[in-house]
Design a protein around this ligand. Structure first.
Ligand code: ADP
Ligand code: 5GP
Length: 213
């Protein structure tokens, strides 16, 4: 892709939520790998790492007391308790990345998403829906990361979370993964073409016509 299609004037903060198991990490991983100019906000969490998860890459895995200290010092843009653990986003990290012109993705649940929408109304939000309740359960079971209790709690939270889709700017149904990845990339590209993100570049082009016309 030509570099003229990668915005460098300002980045965008993207919030992406979904019921656990809908596939948002799978979609995001692909998009972050395949699209230049994107960055992932690595959250802080008090939950234990799953096999294969790396500190500083998937999450910062912290103790409850360290989490509470960071929160009480006002370092978190948003935070929430989910399935008996705390999760939160570092404000400094996100602000630095966006000011470098990157599209920054927050993979966060619905309570935190509402806090971001309120604090940063210029952010955009995407809700990923599974194709059905049954498909969600099947995906969570096949992923094999949850105990029976955690799985049941996640499904019960999902019943409430899906209603929050109505508060988001975009909804993507993750039926086929390739399609969902493609749609997310297209949403990002369309947003990069918005005049507000291209004012200086557009003005330079107009000036070029003025100077040489
Ligand atoms: P989330 O991040 O929303 O909790 P994951 O990305 O971990 O979800 O996906 C949950 C499980 O579903 C994973 O095992 C993943 O490989 C699988 N999965 C993701 N998208 C699809 C899809 N479109 N079709 C079938 N399985 C999928
Ligand atoms: P998981 O334990 O499956 O990694 O994540 C559980 C839920 O917490 C998911 O809905 C995920 O999006 C959300 N989550 C991850 N990081 C954050 C965060 O920093 N803040 C909030 N509010 N939710 C998060």
């Amino acid at each position: 892709m030509s570099s003229s299609q990668i915005s460098n004037e300002s980045g965008r903060l993207w919030v992406i939520s979904a019921p656990s198991g809908a596939g948002k990490s799978s979609i995001l991983k692909r998009v972050l790998r395949e699209l230049e100019g994107t960055a992932f906000s690595v959250s802080h969490t008090t939950r234990d790492p799953r096999p294969g998860e790396r500190h500083g890459v998937d999450y910062y895995f912290v103790s409850r007391s360290d989490f509470e200290k960071a929160r009480d010092r006002g370092e978190l843009l948003e935070w929430a308790e989910y399935n008996q653990n705390f999760y939160g986003t570092s404000e400094a990290f996100v602000t630095a990345q966006v000011s470098q012109g990157l599209d920054v993705f927050l993979d966060i649940e619905v309570v935190g998403a509402a806090q971001v929408r309120q604090r940063l109304p210029e952010s955009k939000s995407i809700f990923v829906m599974p194709p059905s309740r049954d498909a969600l359960e099947q995906r969570l079971v096949l992923r094999g990361t949850e105990s029976a209790e955690s799985l049941a709690r996640r499904l019960s939270v999902a019943n409430k979370e899906v209603r929050c889709a109505l508060d988001y700017d975009f909804v993507i149904v993750n039926d086929r993964l390739d399609d969902a990845v493609d749609i997310l990339k297209k949403i990002i590209m369309a947003d990069r073409c918005q005049l507000d993100r291209q004012r200086q570049k557009t003005q330079h082009l107009i000036d070029d016509f003025d100077a040489n016309g």
